[in-house]
Every structure is written in C-alpha cells, then in structure tokens.
Unconditional design. Sequence first.
Length: 177
Amino acid sequence: MALSAIFASLYAVMVILQGISAAAVIQLRIADCLIPLSAIFGPPMIVGVSLGCFVSNAYFSASIPYGLYDIVFGPLANLIAAAIIFKFRRRIVLGCLSGAVTVGLIVGSYLWLLFPPPSNIFGLTLPAGWPPWALSMLSLTISSTVAFAVIGLALLKVLSRPNIINPLKSRGLKVYT
C-alpha cells in the first residue's frame, strides 16, 4: 500500500508540474514513462499510476466541461495499460506497445472533447480531413508510444540492472524480473 502511494504521488506530481510548465502544450505526458515500470514493480505500480492519474486529472479537469471523462477514463486507461505491461513483462516491447495503443484509444476517444486535436505531433503532420476523435486517438497513440516504448523502456532498462534490483530484493521489496 505504501509503495502504491509513493508511485501515485510521483505520477501525480510529474503530471501537475508538466501541466503548469510550458511543456503542457506537448501531447506527451512524461509521467506515462512510469507505467512500464509495472513490469518490475507489479501491482503496487499498477495501482499507483492509476491513482496518480486520478489525482492529477481531478486537479486539472474538475472544472472543465467533459472533465469527468478524464477523471474516470484516464485512470482506467492507465490501469489497463499497466496490467497489460505486467502481463507481458517477458515480452516487454509488445507489452509497452499494447499499453500505448490502449491509452491512445481510450484517452483519445474523449480528449478531443476537452482539447482540439493537434495538426502535427513531433513534426509528423497528421492527416487532414479526419474526424477530431480519430486525430485525437492517433496523436495520443503516437505520444503514448514515445512515453512507453522509448522513455519508459529506457527507464525500465536502467532500473532492471542487478545493482539496483538486488538491493531492493534484499530489503524485502517484491520485484519481478
């Protein structure tokens, strides 16, 4: 429970700090790089990134129209994505890609109601003439893929090193390798 609270706090603080900075205009939610850590920290991380998403989404979305969607479905997307990554921890790239698509489809399905979809993401021009919900899903899937399969995988590789994992194990922390 304590580990879940730590992960939730870390996720929420990362989102809130990004949201009040200039980086908020980027579709990429940096805190999502924590979701792949479900592969080594398991259920505490799954619960933590879901609760952290709930807290941060409630902080930003409570007062905007359709904000309730973000408060409910954002954490659900994180829960499903983190569970997928944990389930596929032996095939982590597949797990990260599946998790990114899950977040992109779920969050993208309503985010266009809150914010207009971008015309490009990371310099990639999105197709003109597509419905806003489809552009939103596509842009969120791309940004989630960067957060999960690029930044998150790099973080996972660093934290999976024996010189980091072994001290955690020796102190009684359950980690999955």
